[in-house]
Design a protein around this ligand. Sequence first.
Ligand code: GLY
Length: 242
Amino acid sequence: MAVLLTNSVATNGINKTVQMLNQNVSSLDAIESGIRLVESDPEAVWVGYGGHPNLLGTVELDAGIMDGLTLNAGAVGALSGYLHPISVARNVMEKLPHVFLAGNGAAKFAKDCNAESGDNLTMRTCKDWNDWLNNNRNWPDVSLIRLSMLTANNKTAKGTTIFLAQDNDGNFSAGSSSSGWSFKYPGRLGDSPVIGSGIYADNRYGAAACTGMGELTLRSNTARSVILYLKMNMTLKEACYE
Ligand code: GLY
């Protein structure tokens, strides 16, 4: 029997992913399709279209995907101007000898792959950004360093969507997509595209993914750590607690 685990942000992608898994589609294809739907959902203000921008008003997206059968993985970070970072990450995994592209290089690769381009900033998130700046900047001191410290108190600071699946062939996959910390310092990368921190999958032990403030899971390599503890014969509860 196929299995799917997501977080609550994933609502728009769940039905499609379940349907595909029930039709014996691979877990990799199923989670990519589901995550694409979340990336298109303007209500998911931490993912894709309608995700919150950085301090300069640019939406920079992070995404990663991992195949538990082969341990292949692909990721993009701080990608701007493209609608489906999860598919660009999948292309990194399948078309390049690399795992992780960021910034301008990721955008060049997305263009080379004919990925769907578009502006991910919506009227709502542009207003959220303007309102936040108006409440927090202190003319003439508009230092991004000072402002970035203030974003740490922002209640909407952290979010992502995660999909973990096992298909009818027993193959695990993990995927994640995020616009990251709202109003982050430009170029900030979260855990979502960092294989081992935000996501990990290994058919022999399972799959793991993280939500919340990526700065914490980046420091602990949390997703891979949980899988490693399972490999060391800890129970799931012990592994997650550790
Ligand atoms: N977990 C998402 C982020 O910190 O960017």
